[in-house]
Design a protein around this ligand. Sequence first.
Ligand code: NZQ
Ligand code: ZN
Length: 386
Amino acid sequence: MNNFTYRNPTKILFGKGQIENLATEIPANSKVLMLYGGGSIKKNGIYEQVKTALADFTVLEFGGIPANPEYSVLLDALKIIKEEKIDYLLAVGGGSVIDGTKFLSAAALHEGETPWNILTDKKPITKGLPFATVLTLPATGSEMNSGSVITRAETQEKLAFGGPGMFPVFSILDPEVIKSIPQRQLANGIADAFTHVMEQYMTYPIGALLQDRFAESIMQTLVEVAPAIMKDPTDYQAASNFMWSCTMALNGLIQQGVPGDWAVHMMGHELTAMYGIDHARTLAILAGNHYRYNFETKKEKLAQYAERVWNVTEGSLEDKANAGIEKTDEFFKSLGIDIKLSDYTKDYEGTGSNVAKRFTERGWEGLGEHKSLKPSDAQKIIEMSY
Ligand code: NZQ
Ligand code: ZN
């Protein structure tokens, strides 16, 4: 096992009715900016619950943060934060609203020339305006991690940043919010969380028995609850297991002491930036082919995954590893997710070389757990995924 230092300061309030506790968690006399997305919270009652809980606070609002939080929209919110001297941010939404809020938290205290530098500087962010979240869509784990991904339409970029200053102070996880999530987003949430676990697990054996079993148990739980949650998002038992699995998939715990890959995400972000494909779907397009392409270096973990998550018992190590890849593709398809780029755009020719060019320009010469996946390899994986 590798050495590690682990700290996760985010307080979690989990369960029915927890939104009421907002008032006791946010410091009295805070001037709060409540941030949300395109309006789902106004249709499903979450907006009312939050406003009621915050009745005794000064609350300003900023709605309209789009899926794949857009830089230019966030700059409008930043203006309000500065003009109104906001001192506490509250994200009410999914990964996009939470990531946008993290950016604003950092941008509010940023001293550089332009806040876009937060995305390009590659410096860990150590301080930000305090912020909390009310999660409305289980998927990204952003509610309990310190990462964020911001999109800039003008330049078709989608870049990540983060750091120890970017953990939410607290997050409210009420599984009842899942009731109103459309099928497409439920499928996205399951696929995104599942891939988060794979990115931290599908590398090479390092003797981290507990981390492996944590990872496998999250994947098993997602596989087990997926049919129930897709069939009936009001099933509280399934919803609560789904929600906590998504948080645990990317709150840092399972990645301690083990190598991480993340190349599927790095390539996937480019597909979202270029074609607007939902984040989770880009991962489903690429994951299987990433594992096929890197079969030799990943086959031990692929076989272990096939055995423990999918109960594959027959055949050689290679047979099991291949079965694990097939099972993964089938799982995504069972959620109604198409796994070829050409299912999403007719304009796919040249995507591989375009992404390779972008990676080269950014100096991303070696991705993956061995830092050996070159831009030309990314090109081939994307071409396999047309
Ligand atoms: O905008 P509204 O109207 O609220 O609708 C949203 C949005 O259209 C809707 N929705 C959310 N909660 C709902 C609901 N609809 C009905 N009922 C509810 N309770 O769902 C749509 C998608 O929301 P979004 O926040 O975009 O989804 P998700 O949580 O999947 O977040 C995706 C973003 O997170 C980034 C992705 O790249 C993408 O930009 N990621 C962030 C990560 C992180 N910070 O750690 C890691 C991930 O790998 C990922 O990259
Ligand atoms: Zn993801």
